[in-house]
Design a binder for this molecule. Structure first.
Ligand SMILES: Nc1ncnc2c1ncn2[C@@H]1O[C@H](COP(=O)(O)OP(=O)(O)OP(=O)(O)O)[C@@H](O)[C@H]1O
Length: 240
């Protein structure tokens, strides 16, 4: 494990900051990571990306994504949580890492192409591929053993089949000593065996079993009772 704990110093955050009102993280001082793969799950707006971004910046990544060598910025939007976050690290330092966010992927792909055309680079043509193809290629070419990877909703670009491919890539790297922290709503990705799943729903961030995640429960309810569920949903509009 390269990161064991995420530590937040709330004295460094203004009392009237919106961060104090995010139920999952407001006032939380320590989040312990127990497994090589940790998932952040929870409703839209529950604070997952905010925390992942703070971890990424504390680790030295560019807020928009990429490797630690990426220094571009198209929009400065990171929160003050970044300045208040420290990481408690393991004894071994990650010799490589990547921060991949679905929302700023286009800008990172542009930079990746630019950097790859430099001296000694392997020219990439990410913009000549589909969103999912280029996203997966970027992951495959940047995932290495003994790396630290922070992924924000990687499923956004990927078909279910390619999500399985991503799981294979994750597993390959974990077996070689990599660590992943992944924000996800995908019942496919969340199914990775032995993952630590931390939910941002229903109060302070806490562990959750795979079968108790909304992603799993709602997807299985939908698949197993589609007609009944939709009939009720369209009639009552309040089943969920
Ligand atoms: N600059 C800001 N000012 C005020 N509130 C903000 C700001 N940035 C984010 N928020 C709020 O912080 C909360 C957490 O946002 P965040 O993007 O971390 O959610 P999330 O769990 O990643 O959601 P999603 O699953 O939709 O990506 C949201 O309610 C959001 O509206």
């Amino acid at each position: 494990m390269f990161i064991n704990d995420i530590l937040i110093d709330w004295n460094r955050i203004e009392e009237d900051s919106y961060l104090q009102t995010i139920n999952a993280i407001g006032g939380i001082e320590r989040i312990t990571l127990t497994n090589p793969v940790t998932f952040f799950i929870g409703e839209n707006g529950s604070g997952k990306s905010t925390l992942l971004e703070a971890v990424a910046i504390a680790e030295g990544f560019n807020p928009e994504g990429g490797t630690k060598n990426y220094s571009f910025s198209t929009y400065d939007s990171h929160s003050e949580l970044c300045d208040a976050t420290r990481l408690s690290r393991g004894t071994i330092k990650a010799d490589w890492g990547y921060f991949l966010r679905a929302e700023s992927f286009y800008n990172v792909a542009t930079k990746e192409e630019e950097y790859s055309k430099g001296p000694g680079g392997d020219p990439q043509h990410l913009h000549e591929q589909s969103h999912g193809e280029s996203f997966l290629q970027m992951a495959q070419s940047n995932f290495r053993e003994k790396g630290l990877y922070l992924l924000d909703e990687p499923e956004a670009a990927l078909s279910p089949q390619r999500q399985l491919t991503l799981l294979i890539e994750i597993d390959r790297c974990v077996k070689e000593g990599a660590q992943f922290i992944i924000v996800s709503h995908s019942p496919v990705l969340l199914g990775y065996p032995e993952a630590q799943i931390l939910t941002f729903d229903n109060g302070p961030i806490h562990p959750c079993a795979y079968e108790d995640t909304d992603s799993y429960k709602i997807t299985s309810l939908f698949i197993n009772n589609r007609e009944q569920l939709l009939n009720q949903l369209f009639r009552n509009n309040d089943i969920l």
